[in-house]
Design a protein around this ligand. Sequence first.
Ligand SMILES: N[C@@H](CCC(=O)N[C@@H](CS)C(=O)NCC(=O)O)C(=O)O
Length: 215
Amino acid sequence: MAEYALHCFAQSGHSYKAALMLALCDADWEPVFVDFFNGEARSPEFRAVNAMGECPVLTHGDLTMTQSGVMLDYLSKQFGRFGPATEEEHREILRWVLFENHKLNSFQGIYRFMLQFAPEKARNEDVNRFLKGRVTAALAVLDDHLKDREWIAADRATVADIACSGYLFYPREEYGWSEDERWSSIEAWQERVKALPGWKAPYDLMPGYPLGAKT
Ligand SMILES: N[C@@H](CCC(=O)N[C@@H](CS)C(=O)NCC(=O)O)C(=O)O
């Protein structure tokens, strides 16, 4: 049995943040597949693990954690990696973790879900246009922030970079972006993230891709 277990599924960008952190820290961890698209996250068994009914869930010994930001904070302390060096950095990291959770990854996740996975009868062009607008606005904020800096919250990679990675390393096609919808500073930053030792793409870290596959 591995030291850390992460309840997750391949299409979950929120889970990817924790999975990526574990990979970058070279942790002894294993994914526990959650059959999200068949309703497992709504089952009483899963609610007993996470009353919020969300992935990811991280277990470490007797400890069970939910919310990716909490996991990143915990793991940064466990491994002494990607954390803040000063109180100011701590505030800056927290600022970006809150932003990604509320404005970036929340809308990116829902937008992609509506495009790729929602049942036909739930799909709605107006809703998609609204979601795309929210995602685009959040990406513009991040892109502008990265215009003249290498990393999001410090002079090196921190959990803010890992948190913002959530949905950004899924294939572009999944969002239906056209070729001219580009964010050059984000894309340059993505190359730096990819160069971190141990980096892997979401579908190489978590089970359930392609849809229907468990491993
Ligand atoms: N704020 C949470 C968001 C987690 C989240 O929304 N996870 C999705 C999967 S990617 C989920 O389980 N959604 C279920 C739902 O919203 O009912 C975090 O950062 O961990």
